[in-house]
Ligand binder design. Structure first.
Ligand SMILES: NC(=O)c1ccc[n+]([C@@H]2O[C@H](COP(=O)([O-])OP(=O)(O)OC[C@H]3O[C@@H](n4cnc5c(N)ncnc54)[C@H](O)[C@@H]3O)[C@@H](O)[C@H]2O)c1
Length: 273
């Protein structure tokens, strides 16, 4: 897909960070937006900015972890259009803490949002895209944690590895329908995600949490830069798109120096010292 003009694009988690920045990048290209988020205020702000850029934007309150909520969203969309052109499953939450400190409640919540949210989106919207026969694209936002699992992120990494695996299978499945599937794997991006993450065990210490928030802020790789990579990934129908230097570094280290990477990951990251 080379042009996004008048394309029907739905983005989950559009009320902040990468979702908002990508919505605005598509808006600048003349797309027609369907924006979904739990955070109605943030979502309304994204829509307002998109409209100021000349795009059509409609907002929906939706919890991607809840099958019924996503189904209701799809019904509302399909009352107005026959099918999406692009579905971006972006909504996600962060979590950090060693395995022994991690509650099963955290496992359930993170998997429900980060993995099942992606599955619910595909389940609700892909049948109409396939039936309509116009092709299209699915963008699933995983993470560099979708191919490199740090010891402080067992749940988050499990959810993102799963998104990566699901997306790989889906890409081969959907190829005959002309529907591309891209997995976006950002590294350390300056958004609200860390401040809002579930932090357990030693990671729950406010001082340590503050250091991580600070580190992301100082690294200052922006959501707008991620958005540019997302549009490039769709245009080039890329399977996996690492975003930022650390995401690319981990991508190659995992392939060419997995043992070294394992050793390094056993050590405390410098920004936590
Ligand atoms: N920021 C990073 O460093 C980074 C790195 C790799 C991957 N990611 C991934 O990028 C995606 C976007 O994250 P972000 O950094 O923009 O974070 P963010 O916190 O700025 O935005 C996430 C948005 O998702 C929404 N959301 C959360 N749970 C939801 C739910 N159950 N239903 C609907 N909406 C929900 C939030 O309200 C928020 O508006 C996530 O999937 C995240 O895991 C982020």
């Amino acid at each position: 897909m080379k042009s996004f003009r008048d394309r029907e694009i739905l983005i989950t988690g559009a009320g902040s960070g990468i979702g908002r920045a990508t919505a605005l990048a598509f808006a600048a290209e003349g797309a027609s937006l369907w924006l979904a988020d739990l955070d109605e205020q943030g979502n309304a702000e994204t829509a307002e900015q998109a409209r100021r850029a000349g795009a059509r934007a409609r907002t929906f309150h939706c919890d991607v972890a809840d099958e019924q909520s996503v189904r209701a969203l799809a019904e509302a969309v399909h009352e107005r259009i026959d099918a999406l052109d692009i579905l971006m499953n972006n909504a996600g939450i962060g979590s950090a803490g060693r395995f022994l400190d991690t509650s099963l409640e955290t496992w359930r919540r993170v998997m429900d949002v980060n993995l099942m949210g992606v599955v619910h989106g595909c389940h609700a919207f892909l049948p109409a895209m396939v039936e309509q026969g116009r092709g299209g694209h699915v963008i699933n936002v995983a993470s560099a944690a979708g191919y490199f699992a740090a010891p402080d992120m067992p749940v988050y990494a499990a959810s993102k590895f799963a998104v990566q695996g699901f997306s790989e299978a889906l890409r081969a499945d959907m190829a005959s329908h002309g529907i591309g599937v891209s997995t976006i794997c950002p590294g350390i991006i300056n958004t609200g995600i860390v401040a809002n993450s579930i932090m357990e065990g030693r990671m729950g210490d406010p001082e340590r949490h503050g250091k991580i928030v600070d580190f992301y802020r100082k690294r200052n790789f922006t959501a707008e830069d991620v958005a540019k990579s997302v549009l490039r990934a769709v245009r080039g129908n890329r399977a996996v798109q690492p975003v930022s230097a650390e995401a690319w570094g981990l991508y190659y280290a995992k392939r060419f120096a997995p043992r070294l990477l394992q050793k390094v990951s056993e050590k405390e990251p410098p920004f936590l010292k």
